[in-house]
Design a protein around this ligand. Structure first.
Ligand SMILES: *[C@@H]1O[C@H](CO)[C@@H](O)[C@H](O)[C@H]1NC(C)=O
Ligand SMILES: *[C@@H]1O[C@H](CO)[C@@H](O)[C@H](O)[C@H]1NC(C)=O
Length: 622
């Protein structure tokens, strides 16, 4: 890309013998000595030489046009919109007066004009800084700033730090500001500034000693930015954002630069504007320069303060919500051994350290909490969600169907067929509650079960069954065992009641049993879940069925839904652990592994092949 630039430059400049390649070489020299990305200039000189000796000639005689062409060339080549070439024969550089040379009185006036503060309701401090002063000035004015400004806001419990109008400032003041919002124990590397003309790299760190008390790293901090926020203020916002110290609210900032200089090309009337320093953030490896700082919460600049206030209110309720989630887990979560780590993680590491900085509403709180709980426990069934209306499962009492509804329910839930070779096929798409099953029982036995009970083997298709009620599992299992002895199916450990229940087959069932001898095949898919999964697991555990298909979803036998305080947040928590009747160990969090893995869509085929292979073997064995 450098080649393109230089070739354009040479082609253009060769028209006028008085420019000669000297001007291009001067421009290149300026870039080589001043441009803050020297690595992008590798090979430039060689390219220039080559272009000079072989360049074609472009006919541009107007110097302003020429400057525009050069600007386009240099920007395109180096992909940096800050590089510009101008033709200004009458340009007189103006240097703004250095702050150091101002009298104390002038400095005081400057501060009064660029700093505003206010104490808002609920002990919220408001501090607006329109110009970030540099290190030397800060040292000079330290006591004054401390007494007249800082002491008035330092004791507040939350702060709105307004940088929306901060369009000027010095990078050397950045560590002061960031330090007041961090602690003195762990010093942080916050920025690295490289200056090309001096070829020096300077690391900016938070400071161990500050005048007065720090705001510290935990109290709520909202930083407001706007599309006018430029330079040092952008550095402050960017650093606080990536340290996760502040929530940035407003509009994407201007995307300024650490330092840009306008340099004369030789003694021509051409000037080239060059960024001579750059900032690299140690956390992101990137910078706020050119692209600006993107806010975490985007609002129109005018609405910044109102949004900040409402955020502070929402975030106050987070503390309460997290504590309540901890209580719920302590009381209801079935896997006791995981509770200490969960509570420790939630309360200690996250809340106390103030690490929920990305949380700006209930939705983001829910997803953050869910991620944390799942990561710490390895249990993907732990789930926090937000819901404006009360979720149904809180009062999930099954409805007993009327006699007219019975036929309809059976049609909806079951599909029955007798396949060639006297193989029964039963597809069931939802596990009904025991009360409902009892209500539809006589009809069910008549229209479904009696068609299947005399088959030689049975395929139970649970590929479309995402679960339902677990209350009927013992009844369903009972049909596949003999009346005596009763069979121990599994043990439920109810954490909230602190007792264990052995779940057994039932002594009596309606209709005839399938018995314990004939083969059972269960078809599964990755959506086979909750009660359907529990049924599958039990049958596999007791070696009563061959499972064919995909691993099941990995759900819980029963999860409770608990409202978090009076908020719109709810926690879904497995509240019962199930122990295998065979191993005595808790059922795993992951799904049921099939005996024979197959695509769900192919599982029925595979089952039929297995059955016929077995049949062949039996025949030839006889
Ligand atoms: C800049 O400094 C580094 C080491 O500090 C050195 O390796 C490099 O050659 C220098 N570059 C120039 C152009 O002087
Ligand atoms: C466990 O406790 C609950 C409530 O006290 C009770 O309903 C249930 O029957 C108990 N189970 C056993 C096995 O004692």
């Amino acid at each position: 890309r450098v080649f393109a630039l230089i070739i354009v430059a040479c082609q253009v400049l060769l028209i006028d013998a008085s420019f000669q390649p000297a001007l291009v070489l001067d421009m290149a020299k300026i870039l080589l000595e001043n441009y803050c990305f020297p690595e992008n200039l590798v090979g430039m000189q060689e390219a220039i030489q080559q272009a000079i000796s072989s360049g074609e000639i472009l006919h541009i005689s107007d110097r302003k046009t020429l400057a525009a062409v050069l600007t386009a060339g240099v920007q395109g080549a180096l992909n940096d919109p800050r590089l510009t070439v101008s033709y200004e024969p009458n340009y007189i550089p103006i240097t703004p007066p250095a702050l150091q040379s101002l009298s104390m009185e002038q400095l005081m006036r400057l501060i009064r004009n660029t700093v505003k503060l206010e104490l808002m309701d609920n002990n919220v401090g408001y501090l607006r800084i329109d110009r970030i002063i540099g290190q030397e000035t800060a040292a000079k004015l330290g006591h004054l700033l401390h007494d007249s400004i800082w002491t008035k806001v330092a004791h507040t419990s939350a702060m709105i730090f307004d940088l929306r109008f901060s369009t000027a400032g010095e990078i050397s003041g950045v560590p002061y500001i960031v330090s007041y919002f961090s602690d003195s124990e762990s010093l942080l590397h916050i920025d690295t500034i490289y200056e090309r003309p001096t070829n020096t790299t300077q690391e900016l760190w938070t400071m161990p000693n500050l005048l007065g008390e720090r705001y510290g790293k935990r109290k709520e901090l909202i930083v407001l930015i706007s599309k006018r926020t430029t330079g040092a203020a952008e550095a402050v916002a960017y650093i606080l954002k990536h340290l996760k110290r502040a929530i940035i609210v407003g509009e994407r900032s201007a995307g300024g630069s650490v330092k840009v200089e306008k340099l004369r090309v030789g003694d021509s009337g051409f000037y080239i504007t060059v960024p001579v320093a750059r900032s690299v953030n140690p956390i992101t490896g990137q910078s706020w320069e050119v692209t600006g700082v993107s806010p975490s919460v985007t609002v129109n600049s005018k609405e910044g303060i109102a949004k900040a206030k409402s955020l502070i209110a929402v975030r106050k309720s987070i503390l309460k919500a997290v504590k309540r989630v901890s209580d719920i887990i302590k009381r209801f979560y079935a896997f006791k051994d995981k509770i200490p780590a969960l509570l420790n993680h939630l309360v200690q590491s996250k809340l106390i350290e103030g690490l929920y900085r990305s949380v700006v509403d209930y939705e983001s709180l829910a997803s953050q909490l869910t991620a944390d709980l799942q990561e710490t426990s390895g249990d993907h069934r732990l789930h926090i969600f937000n819901c404006e209306i009360e979720p149904e499962s809180l009062h999930n009492v099954p409805k007993i169907p009327s006699p007219e509804e019975v036929g309809f329910i059976i049609d909806a839930l079951f599909k029955v067929e007798v396949l060639a070779g006297n193989i029964g096929y039963l597809r069931c798409d939802m596990m009904e509650d025991i009360q409902v099953l009892r209500a539809i029982g006589p009809e069910l036995v008549k229209v479904v079960w009696n068609k299947l009970v005399n088959t030689d083997m049975l395929i139970i298709d649970l590929r479309y069954n995402t679960g339902g009620y677990s209350t009927a599992i013992p009844l369903l299992c009972t049909y596949f065992f003999d009346a005596q002895p009763l069979k121990h199916l599994y043990t439920i450990f109810d954490h909230s009641e602190r007792n264990a229940t052995k779940v057994m087959t039932l002594p009596q069932v309606l209709g005839q049993r399938y018995g314990s001898q004939k083969d059972i095949y269960i078809l599964t898919s990755h959506i086979t879940g909750s009660a359907a999964e529990a049924f599958t697991r039990t049958m596999k555990d007791l070696k009563r069925a061959t499972i064919i298909g995909e691993p099941t979803i990995g759900g819980a036998l029963s999860s409770g839904t608990y409202q978090i305080g009076n908020s719109i947040l709810y926690a879904s928590i497995p509240n019962r652990a199930v122990l295998s009747a065979v191993s005595g160990k808790a059922w795993s969090v992951s799904g049921v592994e099939p005996h024979t893995a197959a695509q769900a869509s192919d599982a029925l085929n595979v089952a039929q092949k297995i059955i016929s292979a077995k049949h062949q073997k039996k025949k030839s064995g006889k």
